[in-house]
Design a protein around this ligand. Structure first.
Ligand code: CP3
Length: 343
C-alpha cells in the first residue's frame, strides 16, 4: 500500500502525516467561484459530474494534498428521499420540513435514491480515472442524526431544537426517520465505493447536541455502527472516518463503539489529550482551528507544528477542526502544509 492516507487509516505511524482539508474545494478559491458561476448555482454544480470533478481537483493543483474529497453535499441524500432542497445565497440550505409520522412514512424507499444520485457516482468515476496515483479519493455522507436535524427543521438551527422537539414528541416516528436515513446512507455509500471511493467519511456535525447518554447511544453511535458494519460487510477493508463533532470527552471510545478506523476531531479537544486517549484505539484526524487560515502568521505555524508533534507517535491525518471558510487566505494553506511537513 503506497497511499499515505490509506496507510495512516490502516494504523501505521508515519514520519509525516498525510494532509487534506475539510471543504478544500470551496469559496476561498477564485477558481471554485468561477466554476460555480459557470454551473449557475451550487446544486447544479453538485449534479454536473464534469464540473463537480473539476472543483474536486482544483485544490490539488495548488496544494500538495494526500486526498481529494468528492464534491457534493450531505443534503443531496434527503433530496433523493423526497425532501425539497434549495440553497439561499448568503444564508444556506432550505428543505421542506418533516413534523409528522406520515411525512416520515411518505419518504421514498432507500433503493429509489440512485436515480437522483447517479450523477454523484459519475463524478466519482471521473475522479477515479483522473487523480494522481498517490492521492486517495474520499466519499462521504452525513450521519443520520445530523441529516435528520436538517430534514426536520428545514434548515440549519443553532441548537437543533426542532429535531430534539420531534424526538420528544414522537420518539417512534423519530427513530423511524433515523432508520430510513441509515438504510439509504448504506446504499448511497456502497454505490460510492463501487464507483471508486477508497475511504468513507461520515459527517455528524451536530453530534454534540445529543447530550443525553441514551440519545447519544441510540442516535449517534448506533446508526454510525450500523453503517460502518454494513459497509465493511459489503466492501471488506473499506476504511471509515467518523466526525462526531462536539462530543468532547465523548470522543473517547467512539471508534471502538462504532468500528470506525479514524475519528476526526473538532478544535475543542487538545491534541495531547487525543494522543493519550484516542490514538490507542484508532487513527486520529484533526484538529487545526480554521480561523488560523484567515489570520495566519506565527500562530498558524506554531499550532500546525504543535498538533503534528503531539500526534506523531501514532496514526494521524492532519486536517482542520471544521471546514475552511470563504475568507481564508490560500497562501496560508501553503504555509500550513510546510509547517506540518517541517515539524
Ligand atoms: O469538503 C469538501 O470540499 C467536499 C464537499 C462538501 C460540501 N459540504 C460542499 C459545500 C462536504 C463534505 C460538505 C458537508 C456538509 N454539508 C456538512 C457537514 C460538514 C460541516 O460543515 O459541518 C453540512 C452540515 C452540510 C450542509 C451545508 N452545505 C450547509 C449548512 C451549507 C451552507 C453553509 C456554507 O458553508 O455555505 C452548505 C453549502 C456548501 N456545501 C458549500 C460547499 C462548498 C458552499 C456553497 C457555495 O458554494 O455557495
Amino acid at each position: 500500500m503506497t497511499k499515505l492516507l490509506l496507510r495512516a487509516l490502516a494504523g501505521e505511524t508515519l514520519p509525516t502525516p498525510p494532509i487534506w482539508m475539510m471543504r478544500q474545494a470551496g469559496r476561498y478559491l477564485p477558481e471554485y467561484r468561477a466554476t460555480r458561476a459557470k454551473a449557475g448555482d451550487f446544486l447544479s454544480l453538485c449534479y454536473t459530474p464534469e464540473l463537480a470533478a473539476e472543483v474536486t481537483l482544483q485544490p490539488l493543483r495548488r496544494f500538495d494534498f494526500d486526498a481529494a474529497i468528492l464534491f457534493a453535499d450531505i443534503l443531496l441524500l434527503p433530496q433523493a428521499l423526497g425532501s425539497e432542497l434549495w440553497f439561499v445565497t448568503g444564508e444556506g440550505p432550505r428543505l421542506s420540513t418533516i413534523t409528522t409520522r406520515a411525512q416520515v412514512d411518505a419518504l421514498k424507499p432507500g433503493d429509489a435514491i440512485h436515480e437522483r444520485l447517479s450523477p454523484i457516482y459519475e463524478t466519482i468515476r471521473i475522479l477515479a480515472g483522473e487523480l494522481p496515483k498517490e492521492t486517495t479519493l474520499i466519499g462521504f455522507a452525513g450521519a443520520p442524526w445530523t441529516v435528520a436535524t436538517y430534514m426536520i427543521a428545514g434548515r440549519g438551527t443553532p441548537d437543533q431544537g426542532p429535531a430534539h422537539d420531534f424526538k420528544t414528541a414522537d420518539r417512534a416516528a423519530f427513530s423511524a426517520l433515523i432508520d430510513r436515513i441509515t438504510e439509504a446512507t448504506i446504499l448511497y455509500l456502497s454505490a460510492q465505493i463501487e464507483a471508486g471511493a477508497e475511504v468513507i467519511k461520515l459527517f455528524d456535525s451536530w453530534a454534540g447536541s445529543l447530550r443525553d447518554e441514551n440519545d447519544r447511544h441510540e442516535f449517534a453511535i448506533e446508526p454510525t455502527r450500523r453503517i460502518v458494519s454494513a459497509l465493511k460487510t459489503r466492501h471488506p477493508g473499506i476504511p471509515v472516518i467518523a466526525f462526531p463533532r462536539g462530543l468532547g470527552e465523548g470522543y473517547r471510545g467512539f471508534a471502538q463503539a462504532t468500528g470506525a478506523d479514524c475519528v476526526a476531531l473538532d478544535n475543542s479537544v487538545s491534541p495531547d489529550w487525543a494522543a493519550r486517549h484516542l490514538q490507542c484505539d484508532s487513527c486520529v484526524q484533526g484538529n487545526l482551528d480554521p480561523q488560523l487560515l484567515i489570520t495566519g502568521g506565527d500562530a498558524l505555524i506554531s499550532e500546525a507544528g504543535r498538533i503534528t508533534r503531539a500526534l506523531r507517535n501514532g496514526p494521524h491525518i492532519f486536517n482542520l477542526g471544521h471546514g475552511i471558510t470563504p475568507d481564508a487566505d490560500p497562501d496560508n494553506v501553503t504555509r500550513m502544509i510546510e509547517a506540518v511537513r517541517g515539524a
